[in-house]
Design a protein around this ligand. Structure first.
Ligand code: PBG
Length: 326
């Protein structure tokens, strides 16, 4: 055969690594940690093998285990001791996440991201303050503008406790601007914002909602999270967040939304993050348990694909397990 172009020449064991376009390292990964005020033991999360809800007193130990693998950044989610209509434990100075951040800050070198949302803290499980009529008519449940102040207070209280980064995930219009302004007013100009810019209303969050006890008591999140049918709208969301001061733009979920990661990569000059969510993790674990997939290989390929699509940062439940191989 007279072939001048033979791509296979570059696939030998010797040359392949030299021409690899993408690689993954532990410093790209962020590990989620669940802190639970209702327990004094570490409680395994059934739908997410290898993950636990940990009491505040054990949060630093848990983070230490993670940093020992080479992963230096964690994102914290809280399960509060009590819930109410306005999610007041989300922005309490002695809230579960605030207490955990203080300990992690004092006892470890980890970089700490606080997830800023109200759904784990409200008794109705929605991501903000809701209309009185919400239960009867769940189509427009969350009152957007009334929620902004509570999200801003949550972010400031996390920064006061020592968070390096805050990550607003409530999909409230204007949340990034409100948080940036409040952080600056409180003297936290150096606290960065990773915004969940394109957060879709996804069925892949199922295991997380069990883990963090944050499923809506009625209705769904369709009127605030994005419609999975929409691609252009992600650019609009990302542009709004960038204009309001988001330092990093996130896409969530990850693998089913690689096109969105790619779009944002091409359109924006700031770092892009992807959230490889609980359902993506649970799915591979369930298949591996049946012997149908190789867990480590599929997990690695998933994260590599997110990087190839354009993610600089990946939040993933596989962080600890994969870091040791990277
Ligand atoms: C809070 C929040 C959720 C996730 C991250 N932050 C749940 C939701 O929006 O319902 C999901 C993460 C995952 O599934 O791993 N709003």
């Amino acid at each position: 055969m007279d072939l001048t172009d033979r791509p296979r020449r570059l696939r030998t064991d010797g040359v392949r690594p030299l021409v690899a376009e993408t690689d993954l390292s532990a410093s790209d990964l962020v590990a989620p940690v669940f802190v639970d005020a209702t327990t004094d033991e570490r409680v395994p999360i059934e739908t997410m093998p290898g993950h636990e809800r940990v009491p505040v007193e054990r949060a630093a130990d848990r983070v230490e285990e993670i940093t020992e693998t080479g992963v230096e950044t964690v994102i914290l989610f809280g399960v509060p001791e009590s819930k109410d209509p306005t999610g007041s434990r989300a922005y309490a100075d002695d809230g579960v996440v605030q207490r955990a951040i203080r300990r992690i800050d004092a006892e470890t070198d980890a970089t700490v991201i606080g997830d800023v949302c109200l759904c784990e803290y409200t008794d109705h499980g929605h991501c903000g303050v809701i209309e009185e009529t919400a239960e009867a008519d769940p189509t427009l449940t969350v009152k957007n503008d009334e929620t902004l102040d509570l999200l801003a207070r949550t972010a400031v209280s996390q920064a006061d406790a020592g968070a390096d980064v805050v990550a607003p995930s409530a999909m409230t219009d204007g949340q990034v601007g409100a948080i940036r302004e409040a952080l600056d007013e409180a003297g936290h100009e150096d606290v960065a914002i990773v915004s969940y810019a394109a957060k879709y209303e996804s069925a892949f969050y199922g295991p997380f909602r069990d883990a963090a006890d944050g499923a809506p008591a009625f209705g769904d999140r369709r009127h605030y999270q994005m419609d999975p049918a929409n691609r252009r709208e992600a650019l609009r969301e990302a542009r709004l967040d960038a204009e309001q001061g988001a330092d990093v733009l996130m896409v969530k979920p990850g693998l089913p939304y690689l096109d969105i990661v790619g779009d944002l990569r091409r359109e924006f000059d700031r770092p892009i993050a992807a959230y490889n969510v609980s359902g993506e993790y649970a799915m591979l674990h369930a298949a591996a348990e049946k012997g149908w997939l190789d867990l480590e290989a599929t997990a690695y390929e998933s994260l590599l694909s997110l990087k190839r699509a354009g993610a600089d940062v990946i939040i993933t439940y596989f962080a600890e397990d994969l870091a040791e191989r990277l």
